[in-house]
Design a protein around this ligand. Structure first.
Ligand SMILES: Cc1cc2nc3c(=O)[nH]c(=O)nc-3n(C[C@H](O)[C@H](O)[C@H](O)COP(=O)(O)O)c2cc1C
Ligand code: SF4
Length: 485
């Protein structure tokens, strides 16, 4: 066989045996190149064989399958990815992640020269919103940092990716790390920063290696150095350090506790200097915007939810993985069409959207378009794009109890509603599960209102979301009549 094979070096593929597959292919005389993942995690290890410039995908492939690949054929890669709109993940999986030449050959580092204000203007025209959860307009944040005079400014990539069921940042960092480096460099140019930091969670050891090598290659090529330098900082495994002000505390060597705002970080951030903290994907969207123009990005999506969202499907779903789609796809299309329904084959009962602080939705919400605005109308949030599916065996009272348990575990402890409220909340839900009286519901309602209204950050103020949505949509699991209490 003289064709070339592409085998992912991405964490999930490797955990499922991709390195053995690569070894078996090499032993059979096939040239093997290790790449990022295309995100179709249900098919991993998914390999691609290039023949006459066309790649055909096979998966899941085991080391024993390399002699009979036809049995695992999935079709061409183009067909497999058809229907997605890949802005951020366009090249992920196409080449060796740390091969700077390949990144350049696919258009990398080819952004036209532009003065800082024009860059910010394009990001504003794009309507780019932060992918870290809050959906804050990136251009506005960049403008504030640019307009704040200082001897030093910083760009920080938030790669803490703590939301359960999310893995988009990891996939792009493991598969296309120069995209993040390029996005950070453009952001630095726009706001006048010469230093950047990637705050990476320690639970991503492959990303640590890939980024370290990519940064070294970028330095060797003078992409990084005098004008702009990036440090890689490894976190210590606290969910709250994904919250941007705690992250900065942690970077400064302090305990990861939320800072009081204002002032905004774009005015007073890392070491008191103007700092833009953006999620990895926010920064990764910027090179595409600069190459195609902000207007091209703004044409995608629906209304103020411009562009695409790399949705991450997980939980009890047949085809778990990442699907980058325009904002506006419905929840039902995501779960049923892209995800293929539940893995167990049982009916879908609940879908948690937007991470551990996100609301639980039901099949009755399947027509809701996935936009910031439409989700907010039904009390939900798109967050970082995590979509976790549950079948009809889920116990939603247990899920509500778990929401408080998560908050107990991960609260930074700085404010009382969250630190103490989470403990009382878990007790209350447990009492309800154990058949406690009707007054428990009133207390729980009160407690949620206090947490929502007076917590210092979204950790405490959003923990009631999964609790309230579970109560509202699944009252029978709390011993209440199905039509509501
Ligand atoms: C409890 C908590 C955890 C968070 N975790 C993350 C995270 O893991 N990654 C992330 O990018 N943003 C996270 N955020 C959001 C950040 O505070 C911040 O809004 C974001 O990094 C800004 O970047 P963006 O505007 O590009 O989204 C978290 C927020 C809260 C309240
Ligand atoms: S809400 Fe929780 S995590 Fe946020 S500042 Fe208060 S104690 Fe810390």
């Amino acid at each position: 066989m003289t064709d070339r094979a592409y085998v992912p070096s991405e964490s999930v593929a490797v955990a499922l045996g991709a390195t053995d597959v690569a070894g078996a292919l090499s032993a059979s005389g096939t040239e093997v190149m290790r790449t990022g993942s295309r995100g179709l995690l249900w098919a991993e290890p998914m390999i691609e064989i290039e023949h006459d410039g066309r790649r055909t995908a096979y998966g899941p492939v085991g080391a024993d399958d390399v002699d009979r690949l036809d049995a695992c054929e999935l079709g061409t890669v183009d067909d497999l990815l058809a229907g997605q709109r890949r802005v951020i993940f366009g090249n992920c999986g196409a080449y060796e992640p740390t091969d700077l030449g390949a990144y350049r050959a696919h258009g990398g580092f080819s952004t036209p020269e532009a003065d800082p204000q024009s860059v910010i203007d394009q990001v504003k025209i794009a309507g780019l919103r932060g992918y870290g959860g809050a959906g804050f307009p990136a251009g506005r944040k960049w403008q504030t940092a640019a307009d704040t005079p200082a001897d030093q400014k910083y760009v920080v990539a938030n790669a803490d990716e703590g939301d359960s069921g999310t893995f988009a940042d990891r996939l792009i960092m493991e598969g296309d790390p120069f995209l993040l480096i390029e996005g950070m460099k453009i952001a630095g140019h726009a706001i006048g920063a010469t230093r950047g930091v990637i705050y990476l969670r320690s639970e991503y050891p492959v990303a640590v290696e890939v980024l370290a090598e990519a940064l070294a290659n970028a330095r060797a090529d003078s992409i990084l150095g005098d004008d702009f330098e990036i440090d890689l900082f490894i976190g210590a495994g606290a969910y709250i350090c994904g919250e941007a002000t705690s992250l900065l505390e942690s970077l400064e060597g302090k305990r990861g506790e939320v800072r009081v705002k204002p002032p905004p970080m774009a005015v007073k951030g890392l070491y008191g200097k103007p700092t833009v903290v953006n999620n990895v994907m926010t920064l990764c969207a910027v090179p595409w915007i600069m190459r195609h123009g902000g207007a091209a990005y703004a044409e995608l999506g629906v209304g103020p939810s411009t562009g695409t969202m790399p949705f991450q499907l997980g939980g009890n779903v047949k085809r778990g993985g990442l699907y980058e789609l325009e904002f506006g796809v419905t929840l039902g299309e995501l779960v049923e069409h892209w995800g293929g329904g539940t893995r167990s084959g049982r009916p879908v009962r609940a879908v948690q959207v937007g991470g551990p602080l996100g609301a639980y939705l039901t099949p009755a919400h399947f027509d809701v378009p996935m936009t910031y605005e439409a989700l907010r109308e039904i009390g939900a949030d798109i967050g970082h794009g995590g979509v976790v599916v549950f079948d009809d065996t889920v116990d939603m009272a247990e899920q509500a109890r778990y929401a408080f348990e998560f908050c107990i575990e991960e609260s930074c402890g700085k404010c009382t509603p969250c630190r103490i409220g989470s403990v009382r909340g878990e007790e209350l839900v447990q009492q309800i599960i154990d058949g406690g009286g009707a007054d428990r519901f009133e207390l729980l309602d009160d407690l949620c209102a206090v947490m929502e209204g007076s917590s210092m950050c979204a950790m405490g103020s959003m923990t009631p979301k999964p609790v309230r949505s579970a109560l509202e949509h699944f009252p029978e699991d709390f011993g209440l009549p199905a039509e509501g209490r």
